[in-house]
Design a protein around this ligand. Structure first.
Ligand code: 8DG
Ligand code: CA
Ligand code: CA
Length: 543
């Protein structure tokens, strides 16, 4: 049976029973979402007909439910008894009150506008959705605006992104402009683009934008550490390929020195991220037993590739994390894993909880102690997904260190869904491999060679970008939300906190500006509760 993503309509179901139903389904490995979103495949309801469901869910019409099975609690009970979702029978289906003989009526219903909450943090935004042809176009416009406009003025780019984000949350494919009527965040420019795609299948403005200049800018800015200002200068110099830049660009910045290393311009795979988590965990636990370590960023949101691996760490005992990162780096260095990087000391002080920071991408920079760098991993782990020491694949999606809230990702093949027929990697052998190969090649000083020479070596490792972040435990769950992202989600939830609640949210905490007090959180769910928001799983934060 196709992957089931279940939404239980709370209406007419007592709170306690609803929670029991969700728990029972999750125990049977069924994905259950708390908020209706575009991933939902099955709705279970106590309502007797479809019109009541549409009304309760504040949908404009039944069109939004076209691709979803709307089922009675009988289907749910049958599935719980069977231990897995059972095939849908006619008796399970929730139907319209009276047969819809009037096709025209149905069509006119479809043209009715749909309502979505204003902020992305109030609705689920998943990787897979119904409106890719529109969001792709809007995100090309966004990218173009980011590259073309002044780096300090992101307003045009953000307007395209917000519109794209709304379309990602729609639980049906857009077929008519009238469906947009009641949606906020879609301005006139975006509407023109959407209309042209609806009418012609593509937008001429978007096609024209993708010219020579745009392609060069995309190539140059995809190089690690290269921003739009540098890329523009390169184009002005007449450079058009990575090779031109590689030959002409000289810099002492470690990031730029490494910018052209071929490894860093190929995406990091999920199994490589898991492998890196595994080696860091092993060393970290040796130094500081009880350490909590979590992959964040795109991988936690269900992506199977990323540009780097973000690992957030903390310790439940206050103060234990102080000095830990330097010791961890020392150990990783001795193992021959580190190529280069930069350790940033914590610059946090309590007044930062209340200070105004810009809600821009740059404003997301925080004050934790962190190391941004490049490490080596054995080439073999790109081919073989890694397991953690318990023999099970590590669960990236879990929402806290106890893994109590982990939910299988409905739209991508995350750790928990991967087939288990891989040979576990032996970490010890992998390290020895790296070290002995280096010795055989008399490359004890490998790190001193230039990245380009290193790239050309016959080597058994590949270079990967890693961010290691250490947070005190009392800030950890806010850090987890911040470092899970995505950046647009962070922007949105922070604007929501400020405008709707008069609170200041950052990766360090939440501060109520009216009551003049900080609001602590002991789980990611509590972060959402403090913000009066329904909990969103990490994979529902792909705005
Ligand atoms: P990618 O690497 O696959 O491209 O995507 P990503 O994982 O979503 O992006 P990222 O650039 O690695 O950033 C991960 C999240 O961390 C992002 O949502 C922003 C958030 N973040 C903070 N604080 C800081 C900070 O100080 N620096 C950076 N670079 N990111 C931060 O909450
Ligand atoms: Ca990342
Ligand atoms: Ca990162």
């Amino acid at each position: 049976m196709k992957m089931v993503c279940l939404f239980i309509l709370p209406s007419k179901i007592q709170k306690r029973r609803l929670e029991d139903m969700k728990t029972a389904a999750r125990k049977r490995n069924i994905t259950v979402v708390d908020i209706f979103c575009s991933s939902v495949t099955h709705i279970v309801t106590e309502h007797e007909n479809l019109d009541q469901v549409v009304k309760t869910m504040k949908l404009a019409d039944t069109g939004a439910l076209d691709k979803i099975q709307v089922l009675s609690v009988a289907w749910f009970t049958d599935s719980m008894k069977a231990g897995a979702p059972v095939p849908v029978e006619e008796r399970h289906r929730i139907k319209r009150e009276k047969a819809d003989t009037d096709n025209g009526g149905n069509d006119s219903n479809r043209r009715n506008p749909f309502i979505l909450p204003e902020y992305a943090c109030q609705r689920a935004t998943c990787l897979k959705h119904y409106n890719h042809k529109f969001t792709r176009a809007l995100e090309i416009l966004q990218k173009h605006a980011e590259l073309r406009d002044n780096e300090h003025d992101s307003s045009r780019a953000l307007a395209f992104r917000r519109a794209s984000c709304v379309l990602k949350s729609l639980p049906f494919p857009l077929t008519s402009m009238s469906q947009l009527k009641k949606l906020t965040n879609i301005g006139d420019h975006c509407k023109r683009v959407i209309q042209e795609i609806l009418e012609d299948g593509e937008c001429s403005e978007v096609t024209k934008l993708q010219d020579d200049w745009f392609h060069k800018m995309v190539v140059f800015t995809s190089i690690f550490g290269i921003g739009s200002a540098t890329a523009k200068k390169w184009i002005e110099k007449g450079w058009s390929t990575i090779k031109d830049a590689q030959e002409g660009h000289i810099s002492s910045d470690w990031r730029v020195k490494w910018a052209f290393h071929s490894d860093l311009n190929t995406p990091v795979k999920l199994q490589e991220a898991q492998y890196i988590q595994q080696i860091v965990r092993k060393e970290a636990e040796t130094i500081l037993p009880g350490i909590i370590l979590q992959i964040t960023g795109g991988f936690r949101r269900g992506w199977e590739e990323g540009h780097d691996v973000d690992i957030l760490m903390t310790h439940p005992e206050d103060g234990k994390e102080v000095g830990f990162l330097a010791r961890l780096l020392h150990r990783l260095h001795n193992k021959g894993i580190i190529l280069c990087g930069n350790l940033e000391k914590s610059t946090y002080s309590d007044d930062m909880l209340t200070l105004d920071s810009k809600l821009s991408a740059k404003g997301q920079l925080d004050h934790f102690e962190k190391w941004l760098g490049i490490i080596k991993i054995p080439q073999s782990c790109s081919e073989t997904p890694a397991r953690d020491d318990s023999g099970s694949l590590s669960n990236i999606g879990s929402c806290d260190h106890k893994g109590t809230n982990s939910v299988a990702h409905p739209t991508s093949n995350t750790a928990s869904e991967q087939p288990l027929n891989y040979q576990p990697l032996n970490l010890h052998e992998s390290f020895e491999d790296l070290e002995s190969k280096a010795k055989k090649q008399k490359l004890g000083t490998e790190n001193e060679l230039s990245p380009m020479k290193l790239a050309k070596l016959d080597r058994n490792w590949i270079a990967r970008r890693v961010d290691l972040i250490v947070s005190p435990y009392n800030q950890y769950f806010y850090a987890l939300v911040g470092w899970t992202g995505n950046k647009q989600f962070n922007r949105d939830i922070r604007t929501y906190a400020q405008k709707e609640l008069g609170m200041k949210l950052s990766s360090h905490g939440l501060y109520d500006l009216n009551k003049n007090c900080a609001l602590p959180a002991r789980s990611e769910k509590e972060v959402f509760e403090n913000l009066k928001l329904q909990y969103l799983e990490p994979w529902e934060r792909n705005c």
